[in-house]
Design a binder for this molecule. Sequence first.
Ligand code: FMN
Length: 172
Amino acid sequence: MAKILIAFYSRRGENWVGGSIRNLSKGNNEIIVEKIKALLPDADVFRIETVKKYSGNYMTCIEEAKQELSQNARPELDARVENIDQYDTIILGYPNWWGAPPMAVLTFLESYNFSNKKIVPFCSHEGSGLGGSIRQIKQLVPDANVTAGVAIGGSAVAHCEREVNEIVAQTK
Ligand SMILES: Cc1cc2nc3c(=O)[nH]c(=O)nc-3n(C[C@H](O)[C@H](O)[C@H](O)COP(=O)(O)O)c2cc1C
C-alpha cells in the first residue's frame, strides 16, 4: 500500500504574525501537520531539525536566515529518515523564509533519492505565499513528481481546514 511521509520544518519562538511579533510556543507548520495527520493517521511524521538552532528572537533569526540564503548554505540536520524507500509520497511542509524554504529543507531534499516519488509541498507564510519554493524544489529533485503545492497564511493556521484538505487531495 502507498505509504506517506509528512516531513516538515517549523520554528518555535518569536515570529511575525498578522502585523506584529508574537512568541509562538508551537510553530505554524507544526499545527498544520497535526491537522494533516488527523486526516492521514497512517502517515509517518518526520521533523526536519538543524543541529545548530536558529535564534528564538525574530530579528536575529531573520538575519541568520538571510545570511544562509546569500551563502547558499546547507545546514546540518540532526536526524535522518529511516528507510525512505518505504514511502512513495512525501508531504513537505516549511515556512516561507525570504521567499524560499529554509535552507535546512534544501539539505533534506539533497539527502535522499526522491526519484519517482510524489512530493506535495505546503508553505506557511505572512504574505509571500509559496514564493519561489516550488521551482526550487523541482530543480533540486528533478526526478520527483512535485505537485502544485499549497500556501497557508501563518496567522490563519487555526482555521486552515480547506488548505489541509487540498494538501491531502494532492497526494491522490
Ligand atoms: C527568518 C524568517 C523569514 C521570513 N520571511 C518571510 C517572507 O519572506 N515572506 C513571508 O510571507 N513570510 C516570511 N516569514 C514568516 C513565516 O513564513 C511565517 O511566520 C510562517 O508561518 C512560520 O512558520 P513556522 O512557525 O512553522 O516556522 C519569515 C519568518 C522568518 C522567521
